[in-house]
Design a protein around this ligand. Structure first.
Ligand code: ZN
Length: 250
């Protein structure tokens, strides 16, 4: 009887302390998931709503990706709303993500054909565009220190949509020396966004494969240091540079 009393007491104690101490993902990261239709700044984003099963699965997956960032990261870059939808388009193009800094929101889209590694890559890629806008007030900042290492074009990432069904822009090694792939040559901002995406994405061995390439390319090494220093100094995300420095010594 005494033991039973102790058991009941401990169970109630544990349950209460869990309820008080455990924050939800949204509370911890200070963001809000939104599933209804939200207008975008350019009136070009269209998407369907997720079913309840898709909603649960996609929210869990996006939360897992976002939990790679420090808890105060989203407050730092002024991101308040994570809008989740299905089969999203921006104008006439299918898109897995659209950053909209003017409305403090980031859109992510589920689509049956998207593989997990692709969605994760896109999360980190577009989050870099969002973070850069929060620092420089533009999506296409020409950073003098980056310019010194960059000999690509300024055409913009969207130009790849025209022929990406016949040209491989995205695989590692499709670009010239100093670039991780061909897509990175379309603009300084795409160069930075894709480098950070490969670095942060563990799925399909993206991180491992990109580090193998970086180790053979001195320009990529200079770019990585510059980019990860920006994450440390301007965004308070310093563990990326720590990881990179350690791995370069291996
Ligand atoms: Zn981009």
């Amino acid at each position: 009887m005494k033991n039973l009393f102790l058991f009941v007491f401990l169970s109630i104690f544990t349950l209460t302390s869990c309820a008080q101490g455990e924050k939800t993902f949204e509370e911890k990261y200070n963001i809000q998931f939104v599933y209804s239709y939200q207008p975008d700044t350019w009136s070009l984003v269209k998407y369907d709503t997720l079913s309840s099963e898709e909603k649960a699965r996609f929210t869990a997956f996006i939360s897992k990706c976002l939990s790679k960032y420090p808890e105060d990261f989203f407050s730092k870059i002024n991101l308040k709303y994570i809008v989740l939808g299905k089969d999203m388009m921006f104008d006439k193009d299918n898109r897995a993500a659209v950053p909209d800094n003017y409305k403090d929101q980031m859109y992510f889209s589920y689509r049956e054909s998207y593989e997990d590694y692709y969605i994760a890559h896109t999360v980190f890629h577009e989050m870099n565009h969002y973070a850069e806008f929060s620092i420089w007030d533009t999506y296409r900042y020409n950073w003098p220190a980056w310019k010194a290492l960059y000999n690509g074009s300024r055409k913009g990432g969207e130009t790849a949509y025209a022929d990406s069904d016949v040209v491989d822009y995205y695989s590692i090694g499709t670009g010239p020396a100093g670039f991780i792939n061909l897509y990175s040559t379309l603009g300084e901002e795409e160069d930075r966004s894709d480098l950070i995406a490969f670095f942060m994405n563990d799925l399909e061995d993206e991180h491992k494969q990109m580090m193998e390439k970086v180790k053979t390319d001195i320009v990529l090494q200079k770019k990585m240091k510059l980019l990860l220093k920006m994450y440390k100094e301007k965004l308070g995300f310093d563990s990326l540079l720590v990881t990179y420095t350690k791995e370069m010594l291996l």
